[in-house]
Design a protein around this ligand. Structure first.
Ligand SMILES: NC(=O)c1ccc[n+]([C@@H]2O[C@H](COP(=O)([O-])OP(=O)(O)OC[C@H]3O[C@@H](n4cnc5c(N)ncnc54)[C@H](O)[C@@H]3O)[C@@H](O)[C@H]2O)c1
Length: 438
């Protein structure tokens, strides 16, 4: 299939490369000249695990340009993956998608054959039927379903595992105006993915609601696990991992995202909850659960702060290891670890920071108020508390005697994900999150 991609960012470029590597003929379009220049030099403008290797297999079928109309004229399906930033009320802006529709409308007006327009960007319920399709019909004079197809086909991927998630989906969600367009997009995925997903074919409005709901449901599980961790901490002998392991074994619950820890952050989970609440306001329903999911999440850094405050002298140095919103990424947007750093700094603690990938991004957020360290051992120097904030098994491989020599004698070792439980870590005062001290 000949596919054009408008928007070659974190999701768009990975998706375009997956389709091209699997043999589809792909034209990528981006409005940012720097993105195109880097791609034309056969380098990746973004960091994502496995992307360099994937691009090496994709180049033969992947060309890049800045003219969206030209790309549409030479393809059969157009996937639009441009930003939909959150507005103040929590809803997603549609301006970038509308700009693309205006750019491609003239060529759709004259193009022969049935072209499918597929919006992949995350949008609010109602955006396709109320905004995008009326705009396209007005600008082209054509009728959806008859003269062109319109699909809403959002992705369920996580940064850091975008390519694996894309190629191995559990579900491919396809909202369509008509069966023909839905089937065309289904065919494109069926000839690309490596799993046997459920193809959920539905109306546009149901696909819009389903996209928003899935992330909100996942965050509800995360917040439940964190509430459980908070309860376990108060009950002598309680162990959140033992309890959630039992819960997760029940197929009604499942194990994924059921681990008490630092909570959720990043560019999608928090904003999807706010968008769910905004959808409620727009359509006249006041969500009760979603605000509580967010409140439980916000309480986690506060709880960790309280543990540290009650365990070490005021203003003592604290080392925070692992600052991105989850491990293996440089992204710090809505990072709970950075929120903890902000709280400690505002309360007068000296904060020493280490992260293998995210330190520069943290510096942009926190400025020079914190101490940035090039190794975990440097961060530990003189620290009264070392807090392990990433769910990173690599921590277990660290040289713990060296940490002990660097930190204050008997320093607090706080472990948000319990990655060191059962390990010999010397004379630290070990405090794992979610365990009730006997
Ligand atoms: N990144 C994720 O993990 C993820 C996951 C699921 C859904 N999404 C959704 O996908 C959409 C895109 O997200 P992203 O993270 O890839 O964004 P991004 O900011 O990384 O990339 C967007 C790209 O679109 C380009 N662009 C903007 N306007 C354009 C135009 N008129 N023509 C051509 N290119 C244009 C930008 O230059 C940029 O390269 C958003 O709606 C987001 O919510 C993202």
């Amino acid at each position: 299939m000949r596919i054009s991609f408008i928007g070659l960012g974190k999701l768009g470029l990975c998706s375009a490369a997956c389709f091209a590597a699997k043999g589809h003929s792909v034209i990528g379009v981006d409005s940012n000249p720097a993105v195109l220049e880097t791609l034309r030099a056969r380098r990746s403008p973004i960091e994502e695990n496995g992307l360099e290797d994937l691009l090496a297999r994709a180049w033969d079928n992947l060309s890049c340009e800045e003219d969206a109309a030209d790309a549409v004229s030479r393809t059969d399906v157009t996937m639009i993956i441009v930003p939909t930033p959150s507005l103040e009320d929590g809803s997603f802006a549609t301006g970038y998608v509308e700009t693309v529709l205006r750019q491609i409308a003239p060529v759709l007006t004259v193009k022969r054959g049935f072209h499918v327009v597929d919006v992949v960007s995350t949008v609010m319920p109602g955006a396709c039927e109320q905004t995008f399709i009326p705009l396209l019909e007005r600008l082209t004079g054509k009728t959806r379903g008859r003269d062109f197809g319109f699909v809403y086909n959002p992705e369920f991927i996580a940064l850091g595992s975008v390519i694996r998630d894309f190629l191995h989906p559990d579900i491919v969600l396809i909202g369509a105006t008509d069966e023909r367009s839905g089937n065309i997009v289904r065919e494109v995925y069926a000839s690309t993915v490596e799993s046997e997903p459920r193809y959920a074919m539905m109306s546009l409005i149901n696909a819009e609601i389903a996209k928003l709901s899935l992330n909100c449901f996942v965050t509800m599980k995360i917040s439940f696990a964190n509430e459980l961790a908070a309860l376990c901490e108060k009950i002598p002998g309680a162990d959140v991992d033992a309890v959630s392991d039992a819960l997760g074994a029940d197929s009604r619950v499942g194990r994924k995202y059921l681990k008490g820890g630092l909570g959720f952050g990043g560019p999608c989970f928090p904003r999807d909850n706010l968008a769910f609440q905004a959808a409620g306001r727009i359509f006249g329903y006041k969500p009760l659960l979603s605000p509580q999911v967010v409140a439980v999440n916000r309480a986690v850094p506060e709880r960790i702060f309280a543990h540290i405050l009650s365990s070490i002298p005021a203003n003592a140095p604290v080392a925070l290891l692992g600052l991105s919103y989850k491990r293996d990424t440089h992204i710090v947007e809505e990072s709970q670890a950075v929120m903890l750093a902000e709280k400690l700094l505002s309360e007068g603690f000296t904060v020493r920071l280490y992260d293998p990938r995210a330190l520069e991004a943290v510096r942009k957020r926190l400025g020079e108020s914190a101490v940035y360290c090039s190794s975990p051992y440097e961060a530990a120097e003189g620290a009264a508390c070392i807090a392990l904030l990433a769910d990173d098994p690599e921590f277990a491989a660290f040289d713990w005697p060296r940490f002990e020599r660097a930190a204050m004698p008997g320093a607090l070792l706080f472990d948000a994900w319990r990655v060191l439980r059962g390990r010999d870590i010397g004379n630290f005062t070990y405090l794992p999150l979610g365990m009730g001290i006997r």
